[in-house]
Design a protein. Structure first.
Length: 255
């Protein structure tokens, strides 16, 4: 490392600074303060805490020959760094030291330093969402599987709900036109949930063709009840539901 010696020719003492010609911004660099005259006592330790003038002080240690001190400093401000005279004890004082801290950046590059306001702040590092989300993949897969399973069971849930409502309202009581129409609508909802929307238009011939005997009786008993007849009687709810469960396959066009 090229060092430049700076002496002080004032009266009483002649300690010498040894420093590089320039300090690099932000880098750790070494300064030496030594007494060159062997007839004079070595300088005492400078009374320093964390600063050497405008420089940040990182370490202070004696020179191997005991004739002075080695100081590690860091410059964070470009320009001329002026280190004022230091009190070294026994009447000794160090000379003033001036060091150039060049502001060197690539031409056209952004300047980022310290103490220069918002323009000198480091750019924010984006949060690595892609990597951080990797532990969530098993949970996302489980959630997708649950959603798919829920969607696939939508037809079964609709059928179970239709069966429950139909059982509660069948057979119709009292036997009036409004109650009969409501019971007929619930039965058609149940058939649509089991066989598809086309089942809403099925008549007695369709039920017989599909071996749905209780439902053949169901539609005929509703028609008879609308005209005040009791024959054929209303089939029970359980035979009607059992007839749906006995159908292993759906008719053509069903769900």
């Amino acid at each position: 490392m090229v060092m430049v010696a700076v002496s002080w020719l004032g009266a009483g003492a002649a300690p010498v600074w040894k420093a590089p010609p320039h300090l690099k911004l932000g880098e750790l660099q070494t300064l030496e303060l030594r007494e060159e005259d062997p007839a004079k006592p070595a300088p005492g330790r400078p009374a320093l805490e964390d600063r050497l003038g405008p420089l940040h002080l990182r370490a202070v240690e004696p020179l191997p020959d005991g004739r002075g001190w080695r100081l590690q400093v860091q410059a964070f401000t470009p320009g001329t760094a002026v280190v004022p005279p230091l009190d070294l004890g026994d009447g000794q004082r160090s000379p003033e030291l001036k060091l150039d801290v060049p502001r060197t950046i690539p031409f056209g590059g952004p300047w980022v330093g310290y103490g220069g306001g918002n323009d000198d702040l480091l750019p924010a590092i984006p949060f690595p969402w892609a990597w951080a989300s990797l532990p969530l993949l098993p949970f996302l897969g489980l959630g997708a599987w649950l959603v798919l399973r829920w969607r696939r069971s939508r037809g079964k849930r609709r059928l179970h709900h239709a069966i429950h409502v139909f059982r509660r309202h069948w057979p119709p009581r009292p036997v009036d036109r409004a109650t009969l129409d409501a019971a007929h609508a619930l039965g058609r909802d149940l058939l649509a949930a089991r066989f598809g929307e086309g089942a809403r238009a099925w008549g007695p011939a369709d039920f017989r063709a599909l071996n749905l005997g209780p439902w053949d009786q169901w539609v005929l008993s509703l028609d008879a009840a609308r005209f005040g007849h009791t024959q054929p009687p209303f089939p029970g709810a359980e035979p009607l539901v059992a007839a749906l469960d006995a159908r292993g396959t759906l008719p053509k066009g069903g769900r």
